[in-house]
Write a protein that binds this ligand. Structure first.
Ligand code: ATP
Length: 250
């Protein structure tokens, strides 16, 4: 097997190649993992600058969460080096963050490709839903691109197994208010006022399938119980995608 039990990896197996970006705890690198069968795997390596036990425990939380998941559209944890400096080794998404990928290739996406991304992500989110997990920071900047036809959910630093504390903002943490449901978001904020006054974003593009915009509006319902579950969203997106594909053929 590639992994030792409990995901321990020996630092000597890792070769750092280049920096990919900055994480909350330290730089993230592209690297190569040499397995004990002499196979070389491209990986992403997260580092943790601070070495005190409180910080490293927080840093490792993401790994504890990620190892529970096995889904084709969720970035996989490959392993961790637990001696200092602690490393978290993950599956590499070669094309980086979805947000910058969308901006950089603005004119190169057809509706079908964008719907394929939505379908892949809705399947990963319905998987998390069956496991009773909330990601809490779903946004294009937290989705990574493996290739032009494949995106994966990442960044489980804010995710939680559902319990009663879910709706309370943790002290001192910055939360993505504009992307949050009003009942979980900070009261008295400008965004909440607008949402409570019924304000919503318009249709994102004239190419947006009307059924997709209908689905978006259902997700933005003020009353939480009226919003679709991810399993329902996955089904709706699948049928919108099938419909678009048959339109292209005919
Ligand atoms: P933040 O909370 O600010 O998003 P973070 O600690 O969660 O930071 P990430 O956002 O996960 O860190 O990683 C920082 C950057 O490193 C990402 O924006 C991305 O460009 C790159 N990166 C992270 N993980 C991977 C990966 N598996 N494959 C490719 N690139 C990655």
């Amino acid at each position: 097997a590639i992994l030792a039990p409990n995901y321990q990896i020996d630092r000597k197996q890792i070769q750092m190649i280049e920096a990919l970006g900055h994480g909350q705890f330290g730089d993230v690198y592209r690297g190569i993992l040499k397995t004990n069968r002499q196979i070389e795997l491209d990986v992403a390596v997260k580092t943790c600058k601070e070495q005190d036990s409180l910080t490293t425990e927080k840093f490792l939380e993401e790994a504890y969460v990620m190892q529970k998941f096995d889904h084709p559209h969720i970035i996989k944890l490959i392993g961790i080096c637990t001696t200092h400096p602690i490393l978290l080794i993950m599956e590499l998404a070669k094309l980086g963050e979805l947000r910058s990928y969308l901006v950089a290739n603005r004119n190169d996406f057809d509706v079908i490709t964008l719907l394929v991304y939505c379908q892949q992500l809705s399947s990963s989110l319905s998987y998390l839903e069956t496991k009773k997990f909330v990601h809490r920071d779903i946004a294009a900047r937290n989705v990574l691109v493996s290739n032009h036809e494949c995106v994966k959910l990442s960044d489980f630093g804010l995710s939680r197994e559902i319990d009663n504390s879910y709706y309370k903002a943790s002290k001192g943490k910055l939360l993505p208010v504009k992307w949050m449901a009003p009942e979980s978001s900070i009261p008295n904020s400008e965004v909440i006022d607008k949402i409570e006054n019924g304000e919503r974003l318009p249709m994102p593009s004239p190419y947006c399938p009307p059924k997709l915009f209908e689905l978006m509006k259902e997700c933005w319902r003020y009353e939480p119980s009226l919003r679709p579950s991810f399993t329902q969203i996955e089904g709706s997106i699948r049928s919108i995608l099938d419909n678009e594909r048959s339109n292209v053929k005919s």
